[in-house]
Design a protein around this ligand. Structure first.
Ligand SMILES: [Zn+2]
Length: 239
């Protein structure tokens, strides 16, 4: 099944029509999203990185001042600049397609046409509804159709999509779709196990919950293949 079809099958699609009727609070706390593509404005890249940082610095200073903070304090005065730099250069750098990892494909010389699983990829992202961290582990797998990519590239694809304001469902789909395109196969699985600070540190204040999202494409939709993937994830290895 293609990512789009999975999306069509989800509750999100059903909710899509009603999304406009929900308040910001309802959308945010239910973590609904509207599309697999990160919603971007047409002029998203008209400003340079430096221009964006200057603007964000000014806006963030205003937020801090509105909260009543004294920006003449030595500890606080550099914060607007630090936040602006962190947003543009680090935690939201994955919004810019120019930062997308360039992936070189290799011929599968070893004829390894079994499942390859890269598990426990640590990632840090941010919830697009509250701008607080989502972090956890991503597990990705594919079955080569003749092409392979370097293991570090699997990690890089995860990190690229993590560095955007995200919703976990979309994050999962974006990784899956990218892997399918790069590897030229439908046989891709992605499982994300994450903690949302917007759930654990505010709102319902549930410290123990984690959110798991998964995508199974092509052969991974077969029960035996899916089970094999999940079995690898539960393997406890000592290093
Ligand atoms: Zn949130």
């Amino acid at each position: 099944m293609k990512p789009k079809e999975i999306l069509l099958n989800t509750l999100l699609k059903e909710n899509r029509i009603e999304l406009s009727e929900l308040s910001a609070e309802e959308i945010g706390d239910e973590h609904l999203f509207t599309s697999i593509e990160t919603p971007m404005k047409a002029d998203a890249f008209d400003l340079s990185e430096d221009e964006k940082m200057k603007k964000i610095e000014g806006h963030f200073r205003q937020i801090m001042e509105t909260l009543g903070l004294d920006l003449s304090d030595d500890s606080l005065k550099g914060t607007p600049e630090r936040v602006a730099k962190m947003y543009v250069k680090e935690i939201f750098s994955g919004l810019d397609p120019a930062n997308k990892p360039k992936i070189a494909l290799f011929q599968n010389r070893y004829q390894y046409n079994q499942m390859l699983v890269e598990k426990d990829i640590t990632f840090y992202s941010n919830c697009e509804h509250h701008f607080v961290p989502i972090f956890g582990k991503a597990h990705v797998a594919y079955i080569s159709n003749g092409k392979v990519i370097g293991l570090s590239k699997l990690n890089r694809i995860v990190q690229y999509f993590a560095k955007r304001p995200q919703v976990q469902e979309r994050f999962t789909m974006q990784i899956a779709k990218e892997l399918q395109e790069v590897l030229q196969t439908q046989d891709v699985a992605v499982l994300i196990d994450a903690k949302h600070l917007c759930v654990s540190s505010r709102g319902v204040q549930d410290n123990n919950s984690a959110t798991v999202t998964s995508f199974y494409g092509g052969k991974f939709e077969e029960k035996a293949v899916k089970d094999e993937f999940l079995r690898y994830l539960s393997l406890k290895t000592e290093y």
